[in-house]
Design a protein around this ligand. Structure first.
Ligand SMILES: [Zn+2]
Length: 54
């Protein structure tokens, strides 16, 4: 059976490799500890909506 775990703690999830980890307090990692991607918290944009914001 598949393990179904709901993470309710403040965790980080890499948008690149899907890695999830618990960050240390007061320090948000700049890169994913697994794939070392600096864009782990920045989902890739599907559409160009640069004019959406003022
Ligand atoms: Zn990653």
């Amino acid at each position: 059976m598949a393990t179904n775990v709901t993470i309710e703690v403040r965790g980080n999830r890499c948008e690149r490799c899907g890695h999830e980890w618990i960050p240390r307090e007061g320090a948000e990692p700049r890169v994913c500890p697994k794939c070392k991607s600096p864009y782990w918290n920045k989902p890739r944009q599907k559409k160009r909506e640069r004019m959406d914001q003022k």
